[in-house]
Design a protein around this ligand. Sequence first.
Ligand code: DP6
Length: 405
Amino acid sequence: MPVNSHQNLAMVTCTAPVNIAVVKYWGKRNEDLILPINSSLSVTLHQEQLKTTTTIACSRSFLQDRIWLNGKEEDISCPRLQSCLQEIRRLARKRRNTGDPTSDISVVSHKVHICSVNNFPTAAGLASSAAGYACLVYTLSQLFGVEGELSTVARQGSGSACRSLYGGFVQWKMGERSDGKDSFAEQVESESYWPELRVLILVVSAEQKSVGSTSGMHTSVETSQLLKYRADVVVPCRMEEMIRVIRQRDFPAFGELTMKDSNQFHATCLDTYPPIFYLNNVSHRIISLVHRYNQFYGETRVAYTFDAGPNAVIYTLQEHVPEFVQVVRHFFPSEANGSEFVRGLPVCSADLSEELKRDLNMEPTQKGIHYIISTKAGPGPCVVEDPNLHLLGVDGLPKKSAVSD
Ligand code: DP6
């Protein structure tokens, strides 16, 4: 942990990734500890395209804990933030009390300044709480010298955040205990295990803000019988199957399970009373397009999944990316030019056969998709070594660049 002795300021900067579930988490059995009613499994996305960066400083001279998110100071008293801060401080004290000679005693009692930014627009409606809480917990752990299992701490910030502490393919085991100690995330396979796998995020225009996942899943647990059936009967088998097909790198089986799980999650939303609608007309058109495309080739080449919003996340293999992106461009024409429409990993151009266009048999939807982020699986949180990249200055306040980001 770098310490500026003149200012008595210790500062660490880390980054953490976004993850997209292929077996969805939906519903809590304990809302305070964030214990889920079913296990879940996700793919961690590459941080070059999507990441949160967090700098945390602590100093004897700070009067209170403070946090700035994407340039704006936010309320530090948020209960989930407090859970993470208290839990990491407790682990740091425990380490000190067990006599670890490398632990710095003084910093744990100091107040912290936290500054966090995303490298993707919040307006894109991409879930940022998973990367945000994973980054908060990881950075705090580096600052206070806490080692070991951190996913149970990140889980208390946001359930899905526990999976962002690992790269590649990650499962969150629901656990059985009431204290949550066995409800943690675990890597199934690393990000290099299936190098051909690709991810395309289709950023869909949303007319209105949808119900947040926390309140949505609360109502689903209270009212949906389908959700109970899903958690008790469907997910336990699906988790085993999903792990098996990932280990076999069996894309058709992986894609089919992913789509079925997304569809069942949205079915439980519809079964919630009053019902919750996360998908819009563009989302429905993307679903049809994917099925028609797969039908044309007689195999599952692309698969969709949707979280608590209308954006589609497409899983596919590298060899199919150019043609599928061209299909999306054709059926969702946009005013954006090439590099503006497809961001992230470069995508080669492709021509569509007349036969394919005819068989897909869809009217083009103007401006339905804002842009595509092309990415792949990536690693877990990292420490940023270059001190020039800290988001806080030596005065412990956000640098201008962190405010305008
Ligand atoms: C649909 O983790 O955002 O993205 O635990 O209340 O913070 P809280 O919910 P959150 O829920 C994510 C739901 C989901 C599915 C998933 O990521 O598994």
